[in-house]
Design a binder for this molecule. Structure first.
Ligand code: ADP
Ligand code: MG
Length: 341
C-alpha cells in the first residue's frame, strides 16, 4: 500500500527522477523523465545514464560519477555550472540536478532529481534585457545632463568672454587680447574634458590579444591624462580562458578610468604577473585615495562591475586605499592548466 502510494508520488512528480546503479545504468525513471528526455521507459531502463548527457561532456560525466560513488552524499550536481541534458533527438536543455545515494538489496544506487530550468533561464534573460534597457535610458539622461551642465556651459562662458573682447577691441585692446587668451585656455580645457568624456563613453569591448590591448590602453591613458605611467607585463603569458582575459581587460580599463578621473595622481603603474598558480593584475596610483567604505551612488558602477567580472572568472578582487595614500587595485585569477572553464 505504502509502496504503491510512493510509486504514484514518483510518477506524478513535476521533476524527472532517474535512478542509476553503480555500473552507471539506469534502473528506474519516472514519467516526467521520459517526457524531458523524449525516450520511452523501455528505452531508458538498462541504458547508460551518459546517454542523457550532451555528447561533449560524457567522458567527464562518467569520471565524476565514479568519483561520486566513492564519496556519495546528497548534494547538487556540478554546483555553479550550467548543466545541460540531451534529448533523444540530440537537442539540449538546461537542467539543475540534485543527487542522493541510497542502498537497496546491497547495491549502491544514485537518485538524481532533474529539473528542467528552460523557463526560468528565459525569465532571467528577459529580466536582464529589461535591466539593460533601463540602464541605457538612465545613461542617455546622464549624458544629456552632462553635456548641458558641463560642456555647453563652458562653451557659453567662452562666447561671453569673446563678446566682451569684441567690445574692448577699440578702446582697450590690451584687455581684449588678455580676454581672448583666457578664452583660448578655457576652450582647450573644454576640449580636454570632452576627450576624456568620450573615452569614458566608448564601449569597452575586448577581442584579441590581451597584451597588445593592455599596451594600447596604457598608451591612450598616457596621451589623454598626461600622467606618468609604467607597465610591467610578464613576458610569457600563461594560457587564460576567454572570461579571464576579458576580466583582466575590463578591470584594467575601469581601474585606469578611476585613476584618471578621481585620483589626481602623478604616477600610475600597471603590472600583470604570473605567480604561484595565479595571474595577478595590479593597478596602482599615487593619488588621493578614497574611503572604500563610503556609500557609492547606484549609477557609479565601476567598482561593482570589476567585482562582478572577477566573480564571473572565479577570481579574487581587492581594493587597498586610504585617504592620501593612493589606490591599489588587485585582481587574481587561478591558472589551472587543462581545466575546462
Ligand atoms: N583610483 C581612485 N582614486 C580616488 N578615488 C577613487 C579611485 N577609484 C575609485 N575612487 C572613488 O570610488 C568611487 C566609485 O568608483 P566607481 O565605482 O568606479 O564609480 P565612478 O568612477 O563612476 O564614480 C569614485 O566615485 C571615487 O570617489
Ligand atoms: Mg569608475
Amino acid at each position: 500500500m505504502a509502496d504503491n502510494l510512493f510509486h504514484h508520488i514518483c510518477e506524478a512528480a513535476p521533476d524527472g527522477i532517474v535512478v542509476v546503479g553503480s555500473d552507471g545504468r539506469i534502473v528506474m525513471v519516472n514519467a516526467c523523465a521520459e517526457q524531458q528526455f523524449g525516450y520511452s521507459r523501455d528505452e531508458l531502463l538498462g541504458a547508460p545514464v551518459e546517454q542523457l548527457v550532451p555528447d561533449g561532456v560524457r567522458q567527464q560525466h562518467s569520471r565524476h560519477r565514479t568519483q561520486y560513488l566513492s564519496h556519495p552524499a546528497a548534494r547538487a550536481m556540478g554546483s555553479g555550472l550550467q548543466l545541460r541534458g540531451q534529448r533523444r533527438d540530440g537537442s539540449e536543455f538546461p537542467v539543475e540536478i540534485s543527487l542522493s545515494p541510497f542502498e537497496a538489496d546491497g547495491e549502491r544506487l544514485i537518485v538524481s532529481i532533474v529539473r528542467d530550468v528552460t523557463e526560468r533561464r528565459r525569465l532571467e534573460e528577459e529580466r536582464e534585457q529589461l535591466r539593460m534597457v533601463a540602464d541605457t535610458e538612465r545613461e542617455r539622461q546622464r549624458i544629456a545632463m552632462d553635456l548641458h551642465d558641463g560642456i555647453i556651459q563652458s562653451i557659453y562662458a567662452a562666447a561671453l568672454q569673446l563678446e566682451a573682447a569684441v567690445e574692448d577691441v577699440r578702446e582697450a585692446p590690451d584687455a581684449a587680447v588678455a580676454g581672448i587668451d583666457r578664452t583660448i585656455d578655457q576652450l582647450n580645457d573644454t576640449i580636454r574634458d570632452i576627450r576624456s568624456y568620450i573615452l569614458d563613453l566608448r564601449p569597452a569591448r575586448y577581442g584579441g590579444d590581451l597584451v597588445v590591448s593592455l599596451e594600447e590602453m596604457l598608451a591612450e591613458f598616457r596621451a589623454n591624462s598626461l600622467i606618468e605611467t609604467s607597465v610591467d607585463i610578464v613576458p610569457y603569458l600563461p594560457v587564460l580562458t576567454e572570461s579571464q582575459e576579458s576580466a583582466i581587460f575590463h578591470v584594467a580599463q575601469e581601474a585606469l578610468n578611476n585613476a584618471r578621473k578621481h585620483s589626481r595622481a602623478s604616477r600610475v603603474s600597471l603590472s600583470l604577473q604570473s605567480v604561484d598558480g595565479l595571474i595577478r593584475l595590479v593597478i596602482r596610483d599615487n593619488g588621493a585615495g578614497f574611503d572604500p567604505t563610503a556609500e557609492v551612488p547606484r549609477d557609479h558602477r565601476g567598482l561593482r562591475n570589476m567585482l562582478e567580472r572577477t566573480g564571473a572568472a572565479a577570481g579574487a578582487f581587492r581594493v587597498e586605499t586610504d585617504s592620501g595614500a593612493g589606490t591599489k587595485v588587485t585582481l587574481e585569477l587561478p591558472i589551472e592548466p587543462g581545466e575546462e572553464g
